[in-house]
Design a protein around this ligand. Structure first.
Ligand code: TPP
Ligand code: SF4
Ligand code: MG
Length: 399
C-alpha cells in the first residue's frame, strides 16, 4: 500500500510564515519525543500514528516552539503530551475552535488538531464542520477507531449499524457517518484517508496534509485492541487489503485490487467492474484538484461498512483562501485605514466599544437622547420616540 501520491505542490505552503530552523541545523525524531510516559494500552494503533508524526516533524524544518498540537478529549487526545512541541489538551470537541483562534492570531505557528471519532463527530461535530467550511489553516488528524476508547467502549458516530458496545447492548441502530464524505460536504479543501498499520502511506498523507494551506482533514483508521479490536482487520490482511483497497493516485485510473476499475456508468454513477468488462473511456482517472467536489464525494461513497471497496489516499486537494489569512489581511487594512498605529490604545479600544452607532440617553429627563451615528452627533429619532412614549404614559395615567 505504499505509493507515491503524485500530488501537485500547493501554491503557498501550509507552513509559510512559520519560522524555520537556522541554516544548517536539523532536528531528529528524538527531539520531538517528550519525557512523558505514554499511557496507551499495549498494541493501540495510536503508537504507530505517534511514531509517524514524530518521524515526519523533523522533515518540516520548523522550530519546535512554533509547532502546536491541540487536542480534545479521548485516548487519542493524549497525543500532545508525547510530543516535545507546544500543545494543549483542551475541551471535549472544542479543539478546532481553539486551534482556529491560534491559527488566526499567530501566523508564525504550525497548528495541528488531534481528535477522535467521538471527539470530532459527536460533541465536536459543529466545531469541526465550521473549521473546514472556513478553511482555517489547520492539519486535523481524526483517529477513527469506531468507538469511544477513553470512556471504555461506547458506540460512536462511526460505529456500524448492529455494533454491540457498552451503550448499545442490543446493537446500534444508528447509521454511521463516513468522515470523508462529511468533510467533502463541509467544503474541506484537503481530505484524505490512511491507516495506522501502513507507515509509508500514513507518512506520505501526513506530509501532503502539512504542506496544504487550509484545512487538511486526515481520517486515520486506528485499531483499539481493547474495545473494538479488529475493526480494520480486513485491511490489515495482505490479500484482503489487495482486493479491497482502491488506491487514489493523482493522474491514474482508480483501481480496486489487481483487476477491477472504477467507472462511471451511463447514468453517471460510479461502479466497480472487472477491467476486462469496462469501457476504457469511462474509467475514472483520479484528479483531487478538480474544483467540483462531486467526483471526490462519489469516490468516498464507494466505501461501505462491509469494506468491500475502501478508497485510500487523497480524495480532494484544492486551493481557496484561508479564513486566517483573510482575517489578518482585514486587520492589517483596518489598522492602515484607521491610522490607529500612533494612537493611545485605550482611546482606540474605547472608540471600538462605543462603535459607530451609539446613543447616550439621559435617564433623568424622559425623551432626552443624543444619537451618534457614524461618529457624527445628531439629534436622533430617539428623542421624538421618547416624547411619544411619555405622552402615551401621561394619557394612560389620566384614563
Ligand atoms: C463534556 C464531556 N462529555 C463527555 C465526556 C466523556 N468522554 C470523554 S472522552 C469521550 C469520547 C472519546 O471518544 P473518541 O473521541 O473516539 O476518542 P478515543 O478515546 O476513542 O481515542 C467521552 C464521551 C467528557 N470528557 N466531557
Ligand atoms: S482504550 Fe483503545 S484507543 Fe484507548 S489506549 Fe486503549 S487501545 Fe488505545
Ligand atoms: Mg474513538
Amino acid at each position: 500500500m505504499s505509493t507515491p501520491l503524485g500530488m501537485p505542490s500547493p501554491a503557498r505552503s501550509g507552513t509559510a510564515g512559520v519560522p524555520t530552523l537556522p541554516e544548517g541545523s536539523t532536528l531528529t525524531k528524538k527531539d520531538f519525543t517528550s519525557d512523558q510516559e505514554v499511557r496507551w494500552c499495549p498494541g493501540c494503533g495510536d503508537y504507530a500514528i505517534l511514531a509517524a508524526v514524530q518521524g515526519l516533524l523533523p522533515e518540516l524544518g520548523l522550530r519546535r516552539e512554533n509547532i502546536v498540537f491541540v487536542s480534545g478529549i479521548g485516548c487519542s487526545s493524549r497525543f500532545p503530551y508525547y510530543l516535545d512541541t507546544y500543545g494543549m489538551h483542551s475541551i471535549h470537541g472544542r479543539a478546532p475552535a481553539i486551534a482556529t483562534g491560534l491559527a488566526t492570531a499567530r501566523e508564525d505557528l504550525s497548528v495541528w488538531v488531534i481528535t477522535g471519532d467521538g471527539d470530532a463527530l459527536s460533541i465536536g461535530g459543529n466545531h469541526l464542520i465550521h473549521a473546514m467550511r472556513r478553511n482555517v489553516n489547520l492539519t486535523i488528524l481524526l483517529f477513527n477507531n469506531k468507538i469511544y476508547g477513553l470512556t471504555k467502549g461506547q458506540y460512536s458516530p462511526t460505529s456500524e449499524v448492529g455494533a454491540v458496545t457498552k451503550s448499545t447492548p442490543a446493537g446500534s441502530v444508528d447509521a454511521p457517518f463516513n468522515p470523508v464524505s462529511l468533510a467533502i460536504g463541509a467544503e474541506a479543501s484537503f481530505v484524505a484517508r490512511t491507516i495506522d498499520s501502513d507507515r509509508t502511506h500514513l507518512t506520505e498523507v501526513l506530509r501532503a496534509a502539512a504542506a496544504h494551506r487550509g484545512t487538511a482533514l486526515v481520517e486515520i483508521y486506528q485499531n483499539c485492541p481493547i474495545f473494538n479490536d479488529g475493526a480494520f482487520q480486513l485491511l490489515k490482511d495482505r490479500d484482503e487489503a489487495k482486493a479491497r483497497i482502491a488506491h487514489l493516485r493523482a493522474g491514474e485510473p482508480v483501481r480496486v485490487g489487481e483487476d477491477h476499475v472504477v467507472v462511471r456508468d451511463e447514468h453517471g454513477r460510479m461502479v466497480v467492474l472487472p477491467e476486462a468488462d469496462a469501457d476504457a473511456s469511462r474509467v475514472v482517472v483520479h484528479d483531487p484538484t478538480e474544483a467540483d467536489p462531486s467526483t471526490a464525494f462519489a469516490l468516498s461513497r464507494l466505501d461501505d461498512p462491509t469494506m468491500q471497496h475502501v478508497p485510500m489516499g487523497i480524495f480532494r486537494q484544492v486551493h481557496r483562501p484561508t479564513y486566517d489569512d483573510l482575517v489578518r489581511e482585514q486587520v492589517r487594512e483596518a489598522v492602515e485605514a484607521g491610522g490607529t498605529a500612533d494612537r493611545d490604545p485605550d482611546e482606540v479600544l474605547a472608540d471600538l466599544l462605543r462603535g459607530r452607532d451609539s446613543w447616550t440617553v439621559d435617564g433623568t429627563r424622559a425623551g432626552s437622547a443624543e444619537q451618534s451615528l457614524e461618529a457624527r452627533t445628531t439629534e436622533g429619532p430617539t428623542a421624538a420616540a421618547g416624547d411619544a412614549l411619555q405622552r402615551e404614559g401621561e394619557r394612560a395615567l389620566v384614563e
